[in-house]
Design a protein around this ligand. Sequence first.
Ligand SMILES: [Zn+2]
Length: 308
Amino acid sequence: MVTDKTTLVVNRDNCPLCKSKGRKILFSAKHNSPGFIDFIKFEAYYSDAFYKAFHNSAANELLYEIAECDDCHFIYLTEVLSDMGMGLLYNEWLDKEMLRVHYSKLPHIIYHEHMVSVLRKHFNKKQQPTLMDFGAGYGRFVEMSVQKGFKTFAFDIGADKNDFMDNMGVTIINNLSKHKNYFNVIWVNQVLEHVSDPLGIVKELTESLTDDGLIFIAMPDCTHVKKILEQKPLSQELFRLLSPHQHINAFTNNTLKLLGINSGLIPLSMVDFFKLYNFKLSPAELKFLVKKTIKNSGASTGLLFKKK
Ligand SMILES: [Zn+2]
């Protein structure tokens, strides 16, 4: 039962990427202001428990406030759920059964399968390289990783998702400190737009990466978020990029690059791909890698990084 707003939220007073305090507020509205509930309802999978909390507790006192950092131009929500609030969100406020059905109906993602193959090829001298999917969701990616011969690990905070993966041959972990310098590949897909401290997390993940390891990070591409905010505030288009509770960081390819660099990583370039793969890739595979990990691809932006 949520009784107190201060236990539910944390305020991000500094830029989550560069720690600068200077910022412009681009938009600000309380969750309980007139009409805001219609914006919240763009999330189709809120449970009855969420609406009960919203109408009967401090959950409706949250502030939806968008800031842009003066220094690095990262765009982020200032007031976000605390760890306790995130626990509520992912374990109670979102309808798990509806989400599970939703994810099970999504088409097989071909580009993920290509990525796993290319990454497996990179580590072809190792008998069983290690891969961790950070924020593994319902295990669609780890299934492919197991099939391609990676010793596969999954990290996720949702307890129900962990049950789901138990019998896929995947080791479920919830503590990174036991796995320093351990993973050859870390996969972080559509996760860091959700977390209050993306820099802290990527620093921790970097420590878990082997010295020759690779980390792939991808999230929604928010290049046009300011334009959408000006032209269509509180629209579904805005919701897809910055939403109450869930999408709290609006990354672009540039700010993703900065996130990696500030965490002790180096983004891979075209030259790196040639060197790393030593011409082991076919032209089609190379073209694919460049398309998916150097430029933006569709609605998502992603980069492969190595350790400094
Ligand atoms: Zn900044």
